[in-house]
Design a protein around this ligand. Structure first.
Ligand code: HEC
Ligand code: HEC
Length: 306
């Protein structure tokens, strides 16, 4: 049985390599990480991404290390520690920084970008720039970008684009999709499920809204990002939504309460850089928050994409 599984996994890998994997992009091989202190940092970086809650979450053993404000782990969104194509991957990310960020209208380092997810997706506070944890995260990013051509990495890490709908995405239609295809795992109240039912142990299935979720300043709180992610990856193991279902169920997630982040009106000082689906004002046009939150997106001023 084990052999059969290995053979079929190899077959799947070979198939997906030849079919999907372009030249200049490859899965990182963690077995090649050297057994040195530098290698240990790379492995710990991956561990931090996969089990963020244990080391940096609200129940981390050392209270001084409780940087994240929720029990999510980075790889709940950056699937398999960012090694899966088109699901917010990290392969090649290291090579893209320093990079311009519209959110602050200046060039930022990868450390600053990591902290944006710490503060928003993880609803927490920034890691000190020179902390051991930050250095390990950066070491992991660097390792998995070895041999990657930046442009290829960027294309492969990005979520696959969804065609915009002519109508606004509809949270009511989305509720029906959610109750059919999501609530068996993420629960009717969006709270997901904890291991053995205990919050201290972390998520078995992560929450998608509510107090232990990403906050309203996070990338996942934007309709286009959420719709593209869900289309690509949900339901887990069996992504099967139509484009329309993806838009509507994303609208349902966006319509639900999330932790509140103060000061969001200061994001994107140059409003032309603001993504059109940014769910909080001000905007470069005079259209409503509702319109930016749910679309339709034709005729809106701002950036398409991140
Ligand atoms: C709730 C989902 C979610 C979680 C959890 C999350 N992120 Fe992210 N992250 C995103 C999204 C969405 C983006 C892309 C946003 C955009 O469009 O700019 C992103 C982007 C990034 C990027 C930039 C990637 C690039 O190619 O430029 C880094 C680095 C990153 N995240 C690190 C982390 C780390 C480290 C953690 C855990 C401490 C984490 N993220 C947790 C959703 C998440
Ligand atoms: C079979 C169980 C299952 C089903 C059904 C499912 N998910 Fe998920 N979902 C997961 C798991 C597990 C993760 C975390 C993935 C990981 O850590 O690798 C996740 C992650 C997510 C995330 C990102 C992390 C977060 O908590 O915000 C979103 C958003 C999401 N799911 C939305 C949906 C939507 C919408 C549906 C229905 C269309 C759905 N899921 C159906 C299991 C499921």
């Amino acid at each position: 049985m084990k052999h059969l599984i290995i053979i079929s996994i190899t077959a799947i890998l070979l198939f997906s390599c030849s079919k999907n994997e372009p030249l200049g992009w490859k899965y990182p091989d963690m077995n090649q990480v050297p057994k040195t202190p530098a290698g240990d940092m790379i492995k710990y970086g991956k561990e931090l991404i996969s089990h963020t809650n244990i080391h940096l979450g609200p129940y981390a053993e050392n209270p001084a290390r409780r940087f994240a404000g929720n029990n999510l782990v980075c790889s709940n969104c950056h699937i398999d520690a960012g090694t899966r194509p088109n699901t917010l991957g990290f392969v090649g990310t290291y090579l893209l920084y320093p990079a311009y960020s519209g959110r602050v209208d200046t060039i930022i380092s990868i450390r600053q970008r990591i902290n944006e997810c710490m503060v928003r997706s993880m609803n927490g506070r920034p890691l000190p720039f020179e902390s051991y944890e930050m250095n390990c995260l950066v070491a992991y990013y660097q390792w998995i970008s070895i041999d990657v051509i930046p442009q290829v990495g960027e294309k492969y890490d990005a979520l696959k684009k969804l065609k915009f709908m002519d109508r606004a995405a509809d949270p009511n239609l989305g509720r029906a999709v959610y109750n059919r295809k999501c609530n068996t795992c993420h629960a009717e109240n969006g709270a997901g499920a904890y291991l053995s039912g205990e919050m201290e142990k972390g998520f078995d299935i992560p929450s998608v809204w509510g107090i232990d979720s990403y906050n309203n300043g996070a990338g996942m709180y934007r309709l286009i990002t959420a719709a593209e992610f869900v289309k690509q990856k949900m339901p887990y193991y069996n992504a099967n939504l139509t484009d329309e279902e993806s838009w509507d169920v994303a609208a349902y997630l966006v319509s639900k309460p999330h932790p509140f982040m103060a000061g969001l009106e200061k994001d994107f000082p140059d409003l032309n850089e603001k993504p059109i689906d940014c769910p909080y004002p001000p905007y470069a046009d005079s259209l409503s928050v509702e319109r930016h939150k749910y679309g339709p997106f034709t005729g809106l001023k701002g950036k398409v994409g991140k």
